[in-house]
Design a protein around this ligand. Sequence first.
Ligand SMILES: *Cc1c(COP(=O)(O)O)cnc(C)c1O
Length: 291
Amino acid sequence: MFEHHQVQVFIKRDDLTHSHISGNKWRKLKYNLIRAKTLGHTKLLTFGGAYSNHICAIAAVGKLFGFSTVGCIRGEEHLPLNPTLQLAKEQGMEINYIDRTNYHRKNEEDFINSLKEEHGNFYLIPEGGTNEWAIEGVGELIDEIEIQYDTIMCACGTGGTLAGIIKKVSQNKKVVGVPVLKGGHFIREEIEQLIGEGYQFDLALDYHFGGYAKVKPELINFIEKLYQNTGIISDPVYTGKLFFAAKDLIDKELIPKNQKVMIIHTGGIQGLKGFRQKFKDQSLLSYIASI
Ligand SMILES: *Cc1c(COP(=O)(O)O)cnc(C)c1O
């Protein structure tokens, strides 16, 4: 798929970490979990949207490592539960719906104290899992790459994963983030807040396909083609947009010839379940059914 432009494409397969724990979510959680255990916590509480890979990841790590978990979900309950919340519930997560007004207060001390009255003491993991311990964990992903490359690319939601990458890679490499939300330039500010100013990186802002979890037939077709040609599974929310962006930038020679590109596959495979009606490829559909 990428062969016409003499660009070599490598993929860091963090999608192979766990089917319910996105690779980057594991990176972000690792030091938070160690900290929670060290501080003697037995319960994790976090925030997220109803389709969030982060919610699913917290539910799964709670089950794996013996924490009870509470997911504070933005908005109202919709029944039947969508596949993400269904999975979270199956892993033992307590689902707590929070209306949008209160959800905006998720970082306020008063509001968090009211959650403590309701749920008892907990270790708080912010929305998307992004905090200073997350940055440290993401950095380890870079340490594991032994191949030389010129450009490194990653999908962005909150920008936490990209921040960890930027902080760790040597500054002679080009870093390209692909925001999956509309208006993704806020990520630049977010990253400065997380790791400070002065880092060089690019944001490819034109690959959101209308916004978070929004898709177009072109994207769905691309995900099927990528799977048929390479066996790589990507999802419509994050990595499908990332791979689409990589291919487009290579086709337009915005990534120059003869470069080596490292694409971080952050996982997010469980997110495919919610989009299964959109796909036609039988083999991909049976894979989705098996997740
Ligand atoms: C959450 C997520 C991202 C985005 O991570 P941020 O650190 O919030 O930018 C990217 N890819 C996948 C698969 C995710 O689940």
